[in-house]
Design a protein around this ligand. Structure first.
Ligand SMILES: C[S@@+](CC[C@H](N)C(=O)[O-])C[C@H]1O[C@@H](n2cnc3c(N)ncnc32)[C@H](O)[C@@H]1O
Length: 253
């Protein structure tokens, strides 16, 4: 049985961490989202104008705002009241978004088959019960519609993973450890802070099996790499040409 922490503890940490986590967010959601996640997510999204979208685990809401500006009718859910408070503060009335407090593992207040698309950006690795969340997303989607989600790439980002510097060879290597561990671990975020967020590690196989068991078919997968244009703007992303931080799935009901 994989080790878990109580949901109340995970929420408490997100509430405590919300200000610091979102302090460097801009309209793109910060540079990792601008360089890697957003291009992948937007390349997988179909026309959103006039469509009903759910942003599951919306955080401070940057993605909901982009989608609403593109004409989508957006519901945004998060279980951290503090995140929702920040999201509401950052959302102007001209961009109507329905923010709701809820746990993506069980969103009983939302009726079946109401969304044309669900996006969930960097949330599933935070969830204790990712299988319940996948089933919940399946329930909420209209038939033949899509669920796009990103997570930390489970093959590279594992408990204890990180860069190792070899001074003698003047090279650095990405270390992966405990890939087959399934369960909770604490992660400092930002890496140089003392604040710890609750993350869950699962193997890629576990994610794929859970996706299939929930009833979805996998339509597309992206392991985001920085584009040439982004590398000119942010040369520090050169290191992301060696291994993938994230993986993004497009699933169809
Ligand atoms: C890494 S942040 C990402 C936020 C946002 N999607 C973004 O890309 O900026 C993860 C968010 O998921 C929320 N979250 C984690 N587990 C959740 C759950 N079970 N139900 C609802 N929200 C959850 C956290 O409160 C946090 O706001």
């Amino acid at each position: 049985m994989a080790r878990k922490v109580p949901t109340e503890e995970a929420i408490k940490r997100w509430d405590q961490h919300a200000e610091r986590f979102t302090a460097n967010y801009d309209e793109h959601g910060g540079i990792h989202r601008e360089v890697l996640l957003n291009p992948a997510i937007f390349s997988l999204l179909e026309e959103v104008k006039g469509k009903r979208l759910l942003d599951a685990g919306c955080g401070e809401g940057y993605l909901s705002r982009i989608l609403a500006q593109k004409g989508a009718i957006v519901t945004a859910v998060d279980y951290s009241e503090k995140m929702l408070e920040i999201a509401r503060e950052r959302t102007y009335e001209e961009v109507p978004i329905q923010y709701e407090h809820g746990n993506c593992e069980k969103l009983d207040f939302l009726v079946d088959e109401q969304f044309d698309c669900i996006v969930s950006n960097m949330v599933l690795q935070d969830l204790a019960d990712y299988k319940a969340a996948l089933s919940e997303m399946y329930r909420l989607l209209k038939p033949n519609s899509t669920f796009i989600f990103s997570i930390l790439h489970p093959c590279f980002v594992t408990p204890n993973s990180g860069w190792i510097r070899n001074e003698r060879l003047d090279q650095q290597y990405w270390k992966v450890q405990r890939y087959f561990y399934e369960g909770v671990y604490d992660q400092k975020l930002p890496l140089d802070s003392d604040d710890k967020i609750v993350f869950y590690h699962r193997t890629l196989t576990s994610y794929m099996k859970a996706i299939i068991q929930a009833g979805f078919s996998i339509e597309d997968v992206i392991e985001p790499m920085p584009s040439k244009e982004m590398l000119i703007k942010y040369p520090q992303f050169e290191e992301d040409l060696h291994c993938a931080d994230f993986i993004v799935f497009k699933l169809r009901k």
